[in-house]
Design a protein around this ligand. Structure first.
Ligand code: GCO
Length: 390
């Protein structure tokens, strides 16, 4: 059965600067990779050299039939020392925007995707003095190159940022991710303030729609655990979703689903179907995430799927997963939920925050020669984009 999508539905793929560019030397993550090397954390190094090869990446995406590319600009490059903005790096990201436009791709720009400048980290990161002002000042500079960009994302997955950085406050023994815990409430509050400041800046300086993207957990409740479920749901998600009621849209990012019992989120049990992230194989998670988002945010704020995908070495499984996710999405839209587009995570097999093994890409990359090798899923999803139908 053919299931078509609304006219002007956006089809694209997403990436993040630190995961693909290479040599992001001035960022907190680069430092973390060096410090955590003894704990099995792999370095990003040259990564995929997309800093230089972005045009090739975008061309593959456009030629496959997609109409949009979500990428992030790197604060650590644009503001290498506090208050000193690099015109050359701003011009670099302007070239990326114009290249996307020339190739027929809508550029969709994230201002902050997990990384920040080392000097910001040394000042105490999001809990340091002046953090919100610093981010606002960066956003002002970023806006000078955003002409013609229709969609801007302030902070990617603030809930995950609050989780990671909350973890760094405790003893993580050099590991970049805490093993358990919940997003740090105090850091979350700062991120919300930073988001609000950036939204005002973007609205004043550009004609873009502006919002942020939430790492949706698609949590479900074990009967009897309703109290804990409500608590965890708020800490992980709703605190951040509620903020979007005042935005132009909300970005939904979904990969898997987890249950909550009276102790909290139940870790993914080992299972042969688990993805290379160790996550349960749950294509239906996207439907749960979209429905929950709409419940919290309301009918007036459109939804954009800003990330969805699967870490697997088996591209047929990626296609099966994505088919399931798009079916669940279309079902939710049939029920009246306003969804404007779908951006697949990810365009490329990239640096998965300390690991290279979990491959999410529609395109494989030889990390010695930087040669790009499109997988069947690229053409498959590009075909859906061209037909605007599943
Ligand atoms: C995120 C980030 C991506 C990750 C992806 C897979 O959503 O966590 O935006 O950078 O690579 O989610 O873990």
């Amino acid at each position: 059965m053919t299931r078509s999508f609304p006219d002007n539905f956006i089809w694209g793929a997403a990436t993040a600067a630190h995961q693909i560019e290479g040599n992001n030397l001035n960022s907190d993550w680069w430092q973390l990779e060096q410090l955590a090397a003894d704990h099995g954390v792999q370095p990003s190094g040259d990564s995929l050299d997309s800093y230089h090869r972005y045009e090739e990446d975008m061309r593959l995406l456009a030629d496959a039939g997609f109409g949009a590319y979500r990428f992030s600009i790197e604060w650590a490059r644009i503001e290498p020392v506090p208050g000193a903005f690099s015109r050359a790096e701003l011009a670099h990201y302007r070239r990326m925007i114009e290249t996307a436009q020339r190739l027929g791709l809508k550029p969709m720009v994230t201002l902050h995707h997990f990384t920040h400048p080392l000097w910001f980290e040394e000042r105490g990161g999001w809990l340091g003095e002046g953090a919100v002002d610093a981010f606002k000042r960066y956003a002002e500079q970023a806006c000078t190159i955003l002409g013609g960009v229709e969609w801007v994302f302030t902070i990617n997955e603030p809930n995950v940022v609050a989780f990671m950085h909350g973890g760094r406050r405790g003893d993580t023994q050099g590991k970049p991710f805490p093993e358990n815990g919940v997003p740090d409430d105090e850091i979350g509050d700062v991120l919300i303030a930073a988001h609000r400041a950036a939204v005002s800046v973007v609205r004043a300086a550009t004609g873009a729609k502006v919002g942020w993207t939430i790492g949706n957990q698609a949590l479900t409740c074990i009967p009897g655990a309703e109290k804990k479920y409500a608590e965890v749901q708020y800490q992980w998600e709703d605190k951040y979703l509620e903020v979007s009621r005042d935005d132009d849209f909300i970005g939904v990012q979904s990969y898997t689903s987890q249950q909550v019992d009276e102790k909290g989120i139940i870790p993914h049990p080992p299972h042969p179907d688990n993805t290379l992230m160790g996550w349960a194989y749950r294509p239906d998670a996207l439907g749960i995430a979209v429905r929950h988002t709409r419940e919290v945010v309301g009918d007036d704020v459109p939804i954009l799927i800003t990330e969805n995908g699967m870490a697997t070495a088996d591209d047929e499984r990626r296609i099966a997963y994505t088919t399931g996710a798009l079916t669940a999405l279309r079902d939710a839209m049939d029920d009246g939920i306003d969804v404007r587009g779908y951006l697949h995570w990810s365009l490329l097999d990239n640096f998965e925050w300390g690991r290279w093994e979990p491959t999410f890409g529609l395109i494989a990359v030889d990390r010695e020669t930087f040669e790009r090798h499109p997988k069947p899923s690229l053409g498959w999803l590009g075909g859906i984009a061209r037909n605007n139908a599943l």
